[in-house]
Design a protein. Structure first.
Length: 32
């Protein structure tokens, strides 16, 4: 049960990092 929770938490963390990197690249594209 705890393992599953940890996996979900790690997935959420990875998704958040992906979204942030996407937003950064988008902003860079708009700026240039």
């Amino acid at each position: 049960m705890k393992k599953l929770w940890l996996g979900q938490w790690m997935l959420e963390l990875l998704l958040r990092q992906l979204l942030m990197s996407l937003q950064k690249s988008l902003h860079q594209r708009i700026a240039s």
